[in-house]
Design a protein around this ligand. Structure first.
Ligand code: SF4
Ligand code: SF4
Ligand code: SF4
Ligand code: FES
Length: 944
């Protein structure tokens, strides 16, 4: 068997807590009640042959290979479908069983190509293993009868193929698609000999409902469903367990290697966030790491119109240090700063904020979380006491009602979406609050009880109206509130929430959501045994983002829905390490662990450790940096793995700010949009080349392990360290583990964390310290971290961004499954087959009144600028609302978004822009300028 194959215990684990003792082949075994005999045997080291069973799906009992004998019972029951009973005496190896198993295998093999030696699964095929295990030596039936040997191969999916000639119709793939992924894309069509696996309505995989999660490929025991990378490169010879670098779910993967090449990423069964599941991005879209666009040499240039000049690391670092030094001398200590990346490891982020504070001598450090989840930090800290979500993902399996607000989990957090769907299929109820009909609203076997399709910008009135119903109808959990919450704040909040303006009838007028729908949703949530709230950027990226976060916390406290499994308020973090980059102190006003830089005791602790004086004044947030740059006061910036020119709002303003700086340093894999304005390019490393940690949306600290050496020759933390040294600050780590040791020492919530500890326990959720040595899956159990939960009044202040005659529609933005953020990674993979360009979703009514046709170009204009893109006419958006994504730089979606942001944190208001749309025939002015600049920079690169 292949060395990298993960152990398969045959059937899923039983949830029972009591145990039973049985006897297997004369030896006693104690297992959880409800365990199958097959699993019990495998747990005890006895591998009963099997084919149709696998531990990711329920047993099916079709192959008849796993038969056993049980003392006192007639016949040969299938061990995969028979649960253990106390005292059972089981025999797994008898002459009769061997004969039956050989006969079963003989039938399978008689309809199977005998090309084992040249088959891509050779060495990793359960059929091959089973033929050996049962001692099959010859096949009596010959191969002349009817068979499936000429069945075709479907190669339509870019990442895996389906070779029907090798299929044994065990239906593991069908069950994996149903039970694990929840997409129900596959069926077994026909009966008996004619039965076969079919994707959708007899379509090929690419045209079917398949979302390329890979669960079926993982479940297939033969070479029928096989990764094309394995077909091309052969089987792996070793593997390293690491963490996906895409979204905030933080799936664990086994990177399977052949020499120093990755040939496959398989989801890690012991991963505590994903339990062996994956989505198309983590499973398949890792090829960007070796894409030809990747820059491998440091480069510098005096002016952005000059060609890039490849230089040594030493020269690039010395040049940067000199330019930063000159700027500070001329424009002052605070004229430079840095931006940390939520895609980098905690260790890499920590050293960048330390570089800014210790070597640059100011607090001008911010993170890209500024533009996504900064209101989460503010809102949850204010109300509950901690800037993070309250639950582990697994908690959703205890939720009876879920409210999903401003998030699209099937696209943004697919593995968690599959878990949510599993719970919904078990009978939990779902309320979706979103302007758009997201995938969860209606999918096979899942339907939301209520979809509150509100107008963009009206989250706060909706959450207030839900609370109004709960308080006015006496549905609040008064006992919980009296015991756990600040009663003064409760009284004032109640008075606010009971105002007429917060009644469903009044809120219906501003939000466009029917009052009765609001009432019904509020009652379901309030009456649930366990009600859980999950939310995303559709909550935070508003001028009232922080207000809305506090509104959700208020609602959860009022109904007693915080502090146990199945409840809580949970941000679905966008990028892999948004939580970590915030935890690491990359905010201009906070050091690691969210401790204010203005607090002398906190500063003293860091000052003693770092041997410098830390500026007590908070520094610039990202938008302030841009404003200060335009005002001539901010002149140099070190940008780690972040493409502000594409991702930040009001592109024209961002470009003006970048153009006015004297030294921009970009550290990234690719020459991104921001690099067009840069003077120094420091090549970064992909996640496959890093040692470190990421922290996912459930506060889980996962290890990232080096699968290969940095391809550009230097660890990223070391680049930052050498820059700090060149700027005169002695930073001296020997490896990433030492950086984590310092983080742990300086951050009370991380005190017990180390690489060694994580390697021992797998992963851990912070706080992890002497009070919680094994971490803290659920927060606020006995009491809130701040003591008493604080209700904060959440009056609705509408955004300044209003529709008018010129801009009568509202634009809201989001992402789709196959692309990720600015697309720098996914656009350099075969994922483009699903989504090659940003589209504008328009309701048929709005399209018709403007003469817009599906697939044709439309101009999208706001008071900030205009772009042209292709229209997709759909009822997923309601009349008056249009929607697009921002994955492609040439689209320039952020040319139209505005300068408005959250009142508390400056998180941009990406989700509400007043726009007009019209048929178009050519690119916009900005897009022409973009194309010209791309051409000019392309020429510069060619001359290099
Ligand atoms: S494709 Fe694989 S998993 Fe699916 S039925 Fe065929 S052999 Fe079984
Ligand atoms: S890849 Fe995932 S979605 Fe597609 S058929 Fe397989 S299990 Fe279903
Ligand atoms: S769900 Fe997120 S973390 Fe998991 S594989 Fe997909 S992108 Fe990676
Ligand atoms: S493994 Fe039990 S019947 Fe197939």
């Amino acid at each position: 068997m292949l060395k990298t194959r993960q152990r398969d215990l045959g059937t899923p684990a039983s949830a029972a807590t009591e145990t039973v003792t049985i006897e297997i082949d004369g030896l006693p075994a104690t297992v959880q009640a409800g365990t199958s005999i097959l699993r019990a045997a495998r747990e005890s080291g006895v591998d009963i042959p099997k084919l149709c069973a696998t531990d990711s799906v329920k047993p099916f009992g079709s192959c008849r290979l796993c038969l056993v004998e049980i003392e006192g019972r007639k016949g040969y029951p299938a061990s995969c479908t028979t649960p253990v009973e106390a005292g059972m005496q089981i025999r797994t190896q008898t002459e009769a069983l061997s004969k039956i198993r050989r006969n079963v295998m003989e039938l399978y093999i008689s309809d199977h190509p005998l090309d084992c030696l040249t088959c891509s699964a050779n060495g990793d095929c359960e059929l091959q293993d089973m033929a050996g295990a049962v001692g099959l030596r010859n096949v009596r039936y010959g191969f002349d009868g009817d068979n499936h040997l000429d069945a075709g191969v479907d190669t339509s999916n870019p990442y895996f193929q389906f070779d029907a000639s090798k299929c044994i119709v065990c239906s593991r793939c069908v069950r994996a698609c149903d039970e694990v992924q929840g997409t129900f894309a596959l069926t077994i069509e026909g009966r008996g000999f004619k039965s076969k696996v079919s994707a959708g309505m007899n379509e090929d995989f690419l045209d079917s409902e398949c979302v390329s999660c890979g669960a079926c490929v993982q479940a297939c025991p033969t070479a029928t469903l096989m990764e094309k990378s394995i077909v091309d490169h052969g089987q792996p010879d070793h593997a390293v367990v690491t963490t996906c670098a895409y979204c905030g779910v933080g799936c664990s993967f086994q990177a399977e290697m052949k020499g120093d090449q990755v040939v496959r990423m398989t989801p890690w069964k012991d991963g505590q966030a994903n339990h062996g599941h994956s989505c198309v991005k983590g499973r398949f879209a890792w090829g960007y790491a070796s894409h030809r666009d990747r820059v491998m040499d440091p480069m510098i240039r005096e002016n952005t119109s000059d060609p890039w000049r490849k230089v040594s690391w030493q020269e690039a670092i010395d040049y940067t240090a000199r330019r930063f030094g000159e700027i500070q001398e001329k424009h002052g200590r605070k004229s430079i700063g840095g931006i940390t990346s939520s895609r980098c490891t905690n260790e890499e982020v920590f050293v960048v904020q330390k570089l800014v504070r210790a070597a640059m001598g100011n607090n001008n450090v911010d993170t890209c979380a500024r533009v996504c989840h900064s209101p989460t930090g503010y809102g949850l800290k204010t109300t509950l006491g901690t800037s993070a979500g309250t639950q582990p993902f697994d908690s959703v399996m205890d939720a009876d009602v879920m409210i999903v607000i401003g998030a699209n989990p099937t696209a943004g957090h697919p593995v968690f979406a599959s878990q949510m769907k599993r719970r919904l299929r078990q009978g939990a109820q779902l309320i979706v609050v979103d302007p758009r009909e997201i995938g969860l609203v209606r999918s096979p076997h899942v339907e939301a009880a209520h979809h509150l399709a509100l107008l963009p910008g009206t989250n706060v009135p909706i959450i207030n109206a839900l609370a109004h119903v709960i308080v006015s109808e006496g549905l609040a959990d008064e006992d919980y509130v009296s015991e756990r919450c600040d009663l003064e704040s409760w009284d004032s909040w109640k008075a606010m929430i009971l105002k007429d303006e917060n009644s469903p009838e009044e809120v219906a007028r501003v939000s466009g959501v029917d009052a009765e729908e609001i009432r019904a949703a509020a009652r379901i949530y309030a009456k649930a045994r366990n009600g859980a709230i999950y939310y995303g950027l559709g909550v935070t990226e508003h001028s009232q983002g922080s207000t809305m976060v506090m509104g959700m916390a208020n609602l959860a406290m009022a109904t007693g829905n915080i502090g146990r499994s199945g409840v809580g308020v949970n941000p679905l973090r966008g990028q892999n390490n948004v939580q970590g980059s915030c935890d690491m102190g990359s905010f201009p006003h906070e050091l690691a662990g969210y401790r204010p830089v203005s607090d002398e005791d906190v500063r003293t602790q860091f000052e003693q450790h770092w041997g410098v004086t830390i500026d007590p004044e908070p520094g610039f947030r990202i938008p302030n940096m841009f404003d200060a740059a335009c005002a001539g006061k901010f002149k140099g910036i070190y940008i780690q793995g972040e493409d502000v020119a594409q991702s930040d709002p009001d592109t024209n303003h961002v470009e003006a700010a970048l153009s006015s700086m004297e030294c921009i340093v970009v550290q990234d894999l690719f020459l991104n949009e921001t690099a067009k304005f840069a003077h120094v390019f420091l090549p970064g490393t992909s996640f496959l080349e890093k040692n470190g940690t990421f922290i996912n949306a459930e506060r889980r600290i996962n290890r990232v392990r080096k699968v290969m050496e940095p391809q550009q020759g230097k660890d990223e933390w070391l680049i930052t360290q050498e820059l700090a040294q060149a700027m005169g600050y002695p930073m001296n780590y020997n490896n990433a583990a030492e950086i984590m040791d310092e983080i742990a020492e300086l951050t009370p919530t991380f005190n017990n964390v180390s690489f060694q500890f994580l390697d021992e326990v797998g992963s851990v959720q912070w706080p992890c310290n002497d009070s919680a040595p094994m971490g803290t899956p659920i927060m606020h159990i006995e009491q809130f971290v701040r003591g008493k939960g604080l209700f904060v009044e959440t009056d609705y202040v509408p955004t300044e961004e209003r529709t008018n005659r010129k801009f009568p529609l509202l634009l809201t933005t989001g992402r789709i499954l196959s692309q990720y953020n600015v697309g720098a990674q996914t656009r350099r993979t075969a994922n483009n087959v699903w989504y090659g360009e940003d589209l504008l979703e328009v309701h048929p009514h709005d399209a018709e009144t403007r003469g817009i046709r599906d697939g044709e170009l439309v101009s999208l204009a706001s008071r900030k600028g205009d772009i042209t893109l292709r229209a997709k006419i759909t009822t997923r958006v309601k009349p008056g609302v249009v929607y697009t994504t921002f994955h492609n730089p040439e689209t320039g979606a952020n040319v139209v978004t505005t300068e408005y942001g959250d009142w508390a944190t400056d998180c941009p208001e990406y989700k509400v822009t007043a726009v007009q749309i019209a048929p178009a025939s050519h690119r916009s002015q900005w897009q022409e300028k973009f194309a010209a600049r791309a051409e000019q920079q392309g020429k510069i690169s060619e001359t290099n």
